[in-house]
Ligand binder design. Sequence first.
Ligand SMILES: [Mg+2]
Length: 385
Amino acid sequence: MDLKSNHCSPVLTDPAPINKSRLGIHSSLLPYSQQGASFSSSKYVTIPRKKPAKLDDVRSNGWLDAMKSSSPPRKKLIKDLSVEVALDDADIAYSSWMLKYPSALNSFDQITNYAKNKKIAIFSDYDGTLSPIVDDPDRALMSNDMRSAVRNVSKFFPTAIISGRSRDKVYELVGLTELCYAGSHGMDIMGPLSHTVSDDYPNCIKSNDQQGKEVNLFQPAREFLPMIDEVFRTLVENTKGIKGAKVENHKFCASVHYRNVDEKNWPTIAQCVHDILKDYPRLRLTHGRKVLEVRPVIDWNKGKAVEFLLESLGLSNRNDVLPIYIGDDSSDEDAFKVLREGNRGYGILVSSVPKETNAFYSLRNPDEVMKFLNSLVTWKHEAAK
Ligand SMILES: [Mg+2]
C-alpha cells in the first residue's frame, strides 16, 4: 500500500500539544504555551496541610500536567493578547503543523485517487468529531445536517461509530439504524453476524439489535461490569462536594468530567480519582478532553475494535479496502496507530490546534468533518455516473 512514509510518534495519553522544537518555530508562535503548565506553581496547587504527601501522588505521576494540556485554553490566551496578533500566530503554528498532517479536505483528491477501485469503510468517534465539545456532555448533540451527512455516507460505505460513551447512549444520540456502534472505547461492539468473527473471538455472542435483527455482540470486558458500577457509585459519592464535577457511567468505563470545575480544584479531583483507583489494580486511568476516564486493564482499545469490525464486515486482510478513521481524542490514537502501522488506511485527527498524533490527515472541527463526509458522497455519486 503506497501510503505516505511513516512518521510514528508514540502517544501514551491525550495527544499532547506538539513540541515547539519539533515544529522549528518560536514558542511565541504557538497558539498556547506549555510553560506554566506544571502544577508545581503554588498558583495552581492548594496543598492541604493535614495531608502533605497526598497531592504528590497526582503531581509525580503526571496526572495534573495531562489534565492541564488535555484541552488547550486557546480562547483564554487569545483574550489576554492583542486579538489580531494572537490569531495570526495561531494560524502560523497551525499551518506549520498542517505540513505534517495535511487537511483531509485539501488532500481530498489524493485520498480519492488512492481509493479508486477500493472499498472505503468509515469509522468515526462521536464527541468532538460528529458533535461539538460542550460544557454539558448530555448536550453534545449532533446537528441534523451532520446526521444527514453520516446517513448518506453509510449508503455508500460501511460506517461505524466508536465512542467512549456507552453503546446505548451513542446510539440514542446518533439515531441511525444503518450503522454499527461500539461503545465504551470499543469494549462493547454490536456488529453484523459473522461466523469468522465468532470463531476468532470466543466471547462473541449472538444477540439482537434494537430492531430485533440478529447481530454479533462482543464485550471483552464483560467481567468488569460489577467493578465499574461500584467505582462509578464511589466516584459520584466522593466527588459530590466538588462543584462542577460530573461523573458518567459508560458501562465498561466511568468518566469524571472536570470541564466545569474551577481549575484550583483540579488537584482535588485528580487526587480523589487516584485514591479510588488504588483499591482497584485491575483498573487504569486515561486522559480525555477535560475528562479522567477509568477503564479495565485489558488488551483492548479502539484500534482493536476497528480490526474486529473490519473482520465482522468481511473487510479484513484485503488489499482493496481503505479504512478511514476520524477522531479527536487520545483513545482514537489507538485506531490511528493500527491503520498507520499496517499501512492499511488513513487516520484523520480532528483538532483546531497542533497535536502529536498517529493520524495522516487533519480536520479542524466537526464542520470540516461534515464537509469531508459530504465530499465523499458527492465523489461516489460522480463516480457512479
Ligand atoms: Mg472524541
